[in-house]
Design a protein around this ligand. Structure first.
Ligand SMILES: Cc1ncc(COP(=O)(O)O)c(C=O)c1O
Length: 502
């Protein structure tokens, strides 16, 4: 009896929510009848609606009772400190993540920016169930030594079809850290081979004292080499031995950008000068800087942007001093900025020597200039060298991005997001500041860390999954199928969550 009453209440709440969302869609349509977005939405609406829910539907607080039980079970085997809640990946669809308590949430975080075209996209489930692909899914081939027949064809139609300008080679890997770790090795090998020195021993000169320059606030992974170039939270580096490599300041821009043009230009010039000085000094002391690694937007570090001019000049410095330039697109790559690669916004003919990726690209790896291909076998190697099932899925993802014009979609949805965030920061100036972003790759700062964390929880209980970055920022990382109406819906719920803070 009690149980059925419980279900009646839940059904009523979801129905109520559905009606609210429906009216919200109608209001949006009435208020923006001529926006390009809605014209686009009408042409593709059926396709998306077929695979998606109408809006969030909350039944419990998150984590709910089932999540808590599962966390208790897991606790005896693993730490659960970082587990937010358990998910039902069968039920999740499109932009909506469903948890094990049946809560359906609009996902504006997407597994740390890693779901390119939404949950359970039919194009991807088709790949999984295609008997032609069964062998790849059942037997995970070791790609370095025994690749399957269609390996190069899938690379050509997948990763190479979206290769950044100037790159004709790609090396697949597993995760983002694994990609950077091996890209660093490729840089060191390139540096030595170029200098005509072969290394054989585990000490100098066989194991040269080369270095890699990174930036404060950068994040490139948590494996040992990557960790030496990661400078976000102290806890990530605590107790772990590290390389002593040069670290330059990353520009701390002041917002709104148009009001601080002079100050920001000065700040960027200071950082560029510091980076160049470090390269010169470390070269002089014999600890040569073989490469420079940077993100096009420092993501984990707090969505820190620098101008395209900053990156252009930095690229110039690396060329001048013979350092490789590694652009880490693990988080920015895959289309959310409105271009497939965030560094394409810089508009350079020769923007990088290596570009690493993972997350939305499903497979990890890096594009490299020809000269970075190691001269001998097994210098860059591991058992799997990526995962061919991810290459199969990525080929479909890229088709969907192209046929559904999802890069333009990211620009349009991003515009709605950013304008909405500007409005919110005007409305709550004591709470919010520094709304920023390109495409849907947006962020906003909250007045302090505790308030930010509270806001994330409140938004989640209202049906929106968000993530933090840096000390007090909220980052928005929706999938590429996130449309204008999702952005409106998100802004509405986010506004509700903010009002609850007061
Ligand atoms: C820019 C960047 N590089 C590297 C990594 C590391 O990737 P992974 O967590 O897959 O090892 C991340 C992860 O967030 C990242 O954002």
């Amino acid at each position: 009896m009690l149980l059925s009453l419980h279900y009646v209440i839940i059904a009523t709440l979801c129905y109520y929510h559905y009606i609210m969302l429906l009216s919200l869609h109608l209001i949006t349509r009435i208020s923006f009848p001529f926006s390009i977005g809605h014209r686009h939405q009408q042409t593709t609406a059926k396709r998306v609606e077929e695979v998606e829910f109408d809006g969030p539907c909350m039944k419990t607080e998150v984590p709910g009772p089932r999540s808590k039980i599962l966390a208790q079970q897991l606790e005896s085997i693993q730490s659960v400190v970082q587990v937010n809640f358990f998910c039902d990946y069968e039920e999740s669809k499109g932009n909506y993540l469903v948890d094990v308590d049946g809560n359906r949430m609009l996902d504006v975080y997407t597994q740390i920016a890693s779901i390119p075209i939404g949950y359970n996209h039919p194009a991807l489930t088709k790949v999984m169930t295609d008997p032609k692909n069964m062998g790849t899914f059942v037997n995970r081939p070791a790609l370095g030594m025994m690749p399957p027949e269609q390996f190069s064809e899938k690379l050509v139609n997948g990763l190479m079809a979206v290769a950044p300008k100037g790159f004709s080679r790609v090396q697949t890997m597993a995760c983002g850290s694994c990609s950077n770790e091996n890209a660093y090795k490729a840089i060191f090998i390139w540096y030595r081979v170029r200098a005509g020195v072969l290394s054989f021993f585990f000490q100098v000169p066989g194991c040269p004292d080369l270095t890699l320059l990174s930036f404060m606030g950068g994040f490139h992974g948590r494996t040992l080499g990557c960790l030496a170039t990661t400078h976000t939270k102290a806890i990530q580096k605590l107790d772990v031995p590290s390389f002593d490599w040069p670290i330059a300041s990353f520009p701390q821009l002041r917002y709104p950008l148009d009001q601080f043009e002079r100050e920001n230009a000065r700040e960027e010039a200071r950082c560029l000068e510091e980076a160049e000085d470090l390269i010169v000094k470390w070269n002089q002391k014999g600890r040569h800087v073989a490469g420079v690694v940077i993100e096009p937007i420092q993501a984990e570090g707090g969505d820190n942007h620098a101008s395209f001019d900053f990156y252009t000049k930095l690229r110039g410095i690396t060329k001048k001093h013979g350092c490789a330039f590694l652009v880490d697109e693990v988080q920015t790559g895959g289309g959310s900025t409105g271009k497939f690669w965030a560094h394409e916004h810089w508009g350079l003919d020769d923007p990088a020597d290596i570009v690493s990726f993972s997350k939305k690209m499903l497979t990890g790896g890096y594009y490299q200039k020809d000269s970075f291909q190691p001269d001998k076998p097994f210098r860059i190697f591991n058992t799997w060298l990526g995962d061919h099932t991810k290459n199969l899925l990525l080929t479909e993802v890229i088709k969907v991005i192209k046929t559904e014009n999802l890069l333009d979609q990211a620009k349009r949805s991003g515009k709605v997001m950013l304008e909405g965030l500007y409005d919110l920061q005007d409305k709550y100036p004591h709470l919010l500041s520094k709304a920023r972003g390109i495409g849907t790759f947006c962020a906003i700062d909250v007045k302090d860390e505790d308030t930010r964390n509270l806001l994330l929880l409140k938004a989640r209980n209202k049906g929106v999954v968000l993530g933090g970055c840096g000390t007090q920022s909220i980052r928005f990382r929706p999938a590429l199928v996130f449309k204008e109406h999702h952005a409106h819906l998100f802004l509405d719920i986010f506004n509700d969550a903010i009002t609850e803070l007061k």
